[in-house]
Write a protein that binds this ligand. Structure first.
Ligand code: DAH
Length: 361
């Protein structure tokens, strides 16, 4: 019967083409051509409907057999092609383990970044969040809100860089002279309780071995209904011990004046200078490291916080100075020279992030 001969020819032809297909696209085109909606085998299937019952009885199973064998051949070929493609990919992407190792990166973490990371860890453990503020500040945030009276000489002691640009109040903007304006920003946007630190760049017209026009500070602020000077002391003692990784650190709180705190204290840390190098912790000498105090009621009121209900403490420290003391650098200017020899010597490995578990040093 011609129909049978035709079926055999069709099968032979299709199987030969499946065998010859050597990529998945060709195979897929073949599948659509034979088995797709408009495919040749599908067309034959449709013809069954117009056949006599006898013809259909004979022709139907043969057609189904053809369809099954062609489908099976395509599935098998597809798997073979996929396997071959994977083999080729693995061969192409093989790693030659005999090659020399990739040269390690030579960049380092700057000591200032390292110390900031250490401080964030230490204060983070004590429940402080980290806030930020811009380098260019309004006169209000940098001075007025912090209880520096207008035209007061205290403004001059900061050797301020004034910008030409003016703020909404018509006052010249400043490069922030300390991180204290971030206290103001935080109190203006957040209701107490507040427990935050802020770290960042600060600017003053000053330059010698221990002063650069741009330097870094860390600020701390705690506002709630109960915090006292005693809380300030215990937090600072814990932080300094953790930072310098020494157990017996002496701190001395000396009365001082800051417009934004009352009472105010400068804090000295015990040290030894006998070997020509400053050693923190031991010895009978003192080194001033930070300013602190109870937040002045005027500052709270200026920031929309009721001084009758809330109180708290604040502190500010030079970060560069902390880095010099811990890691033995004696010239601050080198911090900002971008000299790769200095960075290589004093920089930190990016793989050794500070954490309290493994130590912050
Ligand atoms: N802002 C002060 C400065 O730069 C440091 C300081 C002192 C910050 C006392 C404080 C503080 O928060 O309470 O000299």
């Amino acid at each position: 019967m011609t129909a049978n001969t035709d079926l055999e020819t069709i099968e032979r032809d299709l199987l030969a083409r499946v065998g010859a297909a050597n990529d998945e696209a060709t195979l897929e085109a073949l599948r659509v051509e034979a088995l797709g909606k408009q495919g040749s085998i599908s067309a034959l299937m449709k013809n069954l409907g117009s056949m006599s019952p006898e013809e259909r009885k004979e022709f139907g199973p043969k057609l189904n057999g053809l369809k099954d064998r062609v489908t099976e051949a395509i599935v098998v070929k597809k798997a073979t092609l996929a396997e071959a493609a994977l083999d080729a990919q693995l061969k192409a992407e093989a790693v030659d383990v005999t090659l020399p190792p990739v040269k390690p990166r030579s960049g380092t973490i700057h000591p200032v970044s390292q110390v900031m990371e250490e401080l964030a860890q230490i204060f983070g453990e004590m429940g402080f969040s980290v806030e930020e503020g811009p380098d260019i500040e309004t006169d209000f945030n940098n001075f007025t809100a912090l209880n520096f009276p207008p035209k007061h000489p205290a403004r001059e002691t900061h050797d301020t860089f004034f910008m030409d640009a003016k703020d909404e109040r018509g006052e010249r903007k400043v490069l922030r002279t300390h991180t204290s304006p971030v206290q103001v920003r935080t109190m203006l946007k957040q209701k107490p309780p507040i427990r935050m630190i802020c770290m960042g760049r600060t600017f003053r017209k000053d330059s010698d071995a221990t002063h650069t026009p741009m330097f870094h500070q860390i600020e701390g602020l705690v506002i709630d209904e109960t915090s006292t000077m005693a809380d300030l002391k215990s937090v600072l003692i814990a932080a300094i011990k953790a930072y310098f990784e020494v157990d017996d650190v002496k701190l001395r709180f000396r009365p001082h004046h800051f417009p934004f705190t009352e009472p105010s204290a400068e804090v000295d840390v015990g040290c030894d200078r006998s070997g020509g190098q400053i050693k923190i912790g031991a010895g009978d000498d003192w080194l001033e490291i930070l300013g602190s105090g109870m937040v002045h009621p005027n500052v709270l009121a200026n920031c929309g916080i009721d001084p009758e209900k809330y109180q708290g403490y604040a502190f500010g420290m030079g970060i560069d100075r902390l880095a010099m003391l811990k890691y033995g650098m004696n010239d601050l200017r080198a911090f900002f020279d971008a000299d790769t020899r200095w960075l290589k010597h004093y920089g930190f490995s990016p793989y050794l992030l500070p954490g309290l578990a493994q130590g912050v040093g």
